[in-house]
Design a protein around this ligand. Structure first.
Ligand SMILES: NC(=O)c1ccc[n+]([C@@H]2O[C@H](COP(=O)([O-])OP(=O)(O)OC[C@H]3O[C@@H](n4cnc5c(N)ncnc54)[C@H](OP(=O)(O)O)[C@@H]3O)[C@@H](O)[C@H]2O)c1
Length: 227
C-alpha cells in the first residue's frame, strides 16, 4: 500500500485525510503541532505514525526527512495553516508580527516541507505533492478584500506551488493546489461542507492528477480556480 505524509493532523482537514487514508490501509506519517494529539492520531491504525513538529522548524524538517530516509512517500499533503484575527482600522490588520507569522506558516513553510521531502516523493510510485490552498488566495476571485494576512499568504503559496510543479517535473512529480470548500471543522464552525465530504472530494482530485493537470488550482468538487 502507498505512503502519505500529511502536515497539520491535530484535527480538521488534516486529521480527516489521515483517518481516510488509514482506513484504506495506507501508511500515514502525520505531522502534529501538539504532542497531545499523538494518542488520537495513532489510534487510527497501527500504520499511522505521529511526528511532533512545527512545519516552520527547518532543522526539525531536516531531522524528520533523515529519519524517514529509506521511506518513499507517494503523496505529500501540505495542509497545515493558520489564521490571524482581524485588527483595527479600515484594513483590519493584525500586528506585524502576527501577519508575518501567518506568512511564515502558510506560505514559507510548505516550500521547505516540499524541499525536505523531494527525494522521498521522487523515489515513490505515485509521486504526488499537493498544497491545501483556498479560494481566498485567488487574486482573480477576490471581490471582497480584507483578511490580508491569510489571503496574501495563500496567494504566495499558489506561486510557490506553481514553481514547484515546474521544478519537480524532472522527477515526474505531479502537484496541485486544492481548495477544500467552506468546511465545518473544530475551528471553523460556520463552514457548510462536512469535513469527510471535502476530503473525499480532494482525494478524488488527487487520484486523477496527471502530467497534463499538474500545476493547477482545483476545487474539491471538480473544476479549476483562477489564480
Ligand atoms: N476549513 C475551511 O473551510 C478551509 C477553507 C479553505 C482552506 N482551508 C485550508 O485547509 C487547511 C486545513 O484547514 P482546517 O480548517 O482543517 O484548519 P485547522 O482546523 O485550523 O487545522 C490546521 C492544522 O494545522 C496545524 N498547524 C498550524 N500551524 C502549524 C505549524 N506551524 N506546524 C504544524 N502544524 C500546524 C494546526 O494545529 P493547531 O491547531 O495545534 O495550531 C491544525 O492541526 C488549511 O491549509 C486551510 O487554510 C480550510
Amino acid at each position: 500500500m502507498p505512503t502519505v505524509l500529511i502536515t497539520g493532523c491535530d484535527y480538521g482537514i488534516g486529521f480527516e485525510f489521515a483517518r481516510q487514508y488509514a482506513d484504506d490501509g495506507w501508511t500515514v506519517h502525520a505531522i502534529c503541532l501538539d504532542d497531545a494529539s499523538r494518542d488520537k492520531v495513532t489510534a487510527l491504525s497501527s500504520k499511522v505514525h505521529c511526528h511532533h513538529l512545527d512545519v516552520a522548524d527547518e532543522a526539525g524538517l531536516a531531522a524528520l526527512a533523515d529519519t524517514l530516509h529509506d521511506q518513499p512517500i507517494d503523496l505529500l499533503i501540505n495542509n497545515a495553516a493558520t489564521f490571524a484575527p482581524d485588527g483595527p482600522g479600515t484594513l483590519m490588520l493584525p500586528d506585524i508580527d502576527e501577519y508575518t507569522r501567518v506568512m511564515k506558516i502558510n506560505a514559507v513553510a510548505p516550500v521547505y516541507v516540499a524541499n525536505a521531502f523531494e527525494d522521498h516523493v521522487a523515489r515513490s510510485d505515485r509521486r504526488q505533492m499537493v498544497f491545501i490552498g483556498t479560494r481566498s488566495g485567488s487574486i482573480g476571485d477576490n471581490g471582497s478584500g480584507g483578511h490580508y494576512a491569510y489571503r496574501c499568504s495563500k496567494a504566495a503559496l499558489n506561486m510557490a506551488a506553481k514553481s514547484i510543479s515546474i521544478d519537480f517535473a524532472k522527477h515526474g512529480i505531479v502537484t496541485a493546489v486544492l481548495h477544500p470548500g467552506s468546511v465545518a471543522t473544530e475551528t471553523r464552525k460556520g463552514g457548510q461542507i462536512p469535513v469527510d465530504q471535502s476530503v473525499t472530494g480532494m482525494r478524488g482530485i488527487i487520484d486523477g492528477l496527471t502530467a497534463e493537470t499538474t500545476g493547477t488550482f482545483q476545487r474539491y468538487d471538480g473544476g479549476t480556480i483562477e489564480w
